[in-house]
Write a protein that binds this ligand. Sequence first.
Ligand code: HPA
Length: 286
Amino acid sequence: MKAKQFTRQDFQTAADYIAQHTRHRPKIGLVLGSGFGEFADSIQDADIIPYADIPHFPRSTVEGHKGRLVIGLLEAREVLVMQGRVHFYEGFTMEEVTFPVRVMRAFGIQTLLLTNAAGGLNPDFRAGDIMMIEDQINLLGIVGANPLMGPNDPALGPRFLDMSTPFDRELRQLALRVAQEIGLPLRRGVYVGLSGPAFETPAEVRMLRHLGADATGMSTTNEVLAARHGGMRVLAFSGITNEAIDHIDSPRVTSHEEVLETGKVLVPRMVALLRGILRRWDEVAL
Ligand code: HPA
């Protein structure tokens, strides 16, 4: 059966619903991945909209993902925050996974800041590190499960999308300055997006390293594609929640509990970085 194709009208209907339920008109969107959701609780003058109330909006089923929009002020700047996202492995189509990004675009969001929990592939990385994503490998997309497949609405973006600079150069430079200012040793690297939900086998971990990836996770790459398709600027960070296991018979295992547990250590670091970026937002020509 062919999956439902959302139209521009569907994105607009959802965006209009959001506009009717908040006083704010942010231009910055933030997606808080596994473990990072609680940052949204510190938003001031917050208007909260459960995903369940928004027309067509997909609802997360995963522990650690709250499933609501929090719209308000962070560092005196208007932001729209997605407290939790949905994933392909939950059974959502790529269209559903990227629906929120399309809606944010229709609502007026111009810049997207993405966060995720990821496994460290780079042997130098440690659990608790933060990696700025400089480039991505959309492993699912390049073999056929790409959210931009299907009829293209030219009003939303081009049929053949340039992806030569997926992550905004100016925003990356700002992030590096902020990291230095707050004394955060920011890692940099390539994120590879897989479907999950199983964690990788040791052979898969070694394969992903050979492909040139430094961190791996089950989200983000699709959102980046939809955002770039809509002409949004993107900056993304991975919280390294675990070091990927690269040999069989390792005494270690990978678990969602470990991901959420390390997420707690990562939260203050990620929050300091995101706050610093918002504080110095004026340095970016928009
Ligand atoms: N692999 C894939 N996704 C992840 C991991 C991992 O090791 N850790 C957190 N998300």
